[in-house]
Design a protein. Structure first.
Length: 277
């Protein structure tokens, strides 16, 4: 049992709720934080002891300094990447939700489209991305489509699984009470599928960062992926690592944001199953 949850401990010190939550979250992520500190410390020591050149492997301190010195440059490219992620993710969510709904309502649509959805994931995105430049032009659109293609699959598959996870006995009971197909879908299948949907959203939002970078590598004039491609031939490895750090932080932050939205959207589910984030 966590210290902050033991009877009598919090009451005796009269911790406010926000502080108890902060302590709980801190203790939960403490092991991961210690691993990060250990890895960064070993990395810094290795580079300094063996005098590794920064163009080959920059030290964490050099990367941190680069983030500070090039903050304006990095911020501008970060905003471009965030725009691609947000628009592409939103497009995938709308299309994925609509298609999953159609599949959930019709077995004919499921048999007709589901195999193509699975087959679409066998085509490497890196192969499609250059063709998008030819088909839709050079600009925001190809990057958004790449992000949407990567995010689309986990959203559809998870929600379809959720729509199919309903208890058949409950469905029979609702039919006995006079509920039609649409009522069963809205009042039973959709609420049941929401936890599955959010699981897919967490996967999709993490993959969206990869999609944005791939799109920028293929053809772009801004974004962190573009900055990495431009910096590599100039042996600005510390700037490449700075972009990687920002992308990692962005992915973790977006993942956490989806978890927070899930917590507010599905309080009943978290109360029943406990916290996972």
């Amino acid at each position: 049992m966590s210290i902050v949850n033991r009877p009598g401990v919090c009451e005796s010190y009269a911790f406010p709720n926000w502080l108890r939550t902060l302590i709980t979250v801190g203790l939960r992520w403490l092991p991961a934080g210690l691993i990060v500190v250990a890895v960064v410390g070993f990395w810094e020591a290795y580079v300094r002891i063996f005098d590794v050149q920064k163009w080959l492997l920059p030290a964490p301190s050099v990367i941190a300094k680069t983030i500070g010195v090039d903050a304006g440059l990095l911020w501008g490219h970060t905003l471009a990447t965030i725009e691609e992620i947000v628009v592409g993710f939103a497009l995938a969510l709308v299309c994925g939700f609509a298609l999953a709904t159609a599949i959930g309502l019709s077995r004919t649509i499921e048999r007709a489209l589901y195999p193509f959805i699975i087959a679409s994931q066998t085509i490497p995105i890196i192969v499609i991305a250059p063709m998008l430049l030819i088909w839709v032009g050079y600009g925001l659109a190809p990057k958004v489509i790449v992000v949407a293609l990567i995010c689309f699959f986990p959203i559809v598959v998870n929600m379809v699984d959720g729509l199919k996870s309903v208890d058949s006995d409950v469905v029979s009971l609702m039919r006995t009470l006079g509920a039609n197909r649409w009522a069963i879908f809205l009042k039973l299948q959709v609420p049941t599928s929401l936890p599955y949907l959010f699981s897919g959203l967490r996967i999709a939002i993490a993959f969206s960062v990869i999609g944005a970078v791939i799109g920028e590598w293929v053809g772009s004039s801004e974004g962190l992926g573009y900055l990495m491609i431009r910096s590599k031939p100039q042996f600005l490895t510390e700037r490449v690592f700075a972009a990687i750090v920002i992308l990692s932080a962005l992915g973790v932050s977006l993942f956490a944001m989806v978890g927070i939205v899930e917590r507010f959207a599905l309080p009943w589910w978290h109360k029943e199953h406990g916290s996972r984030t």
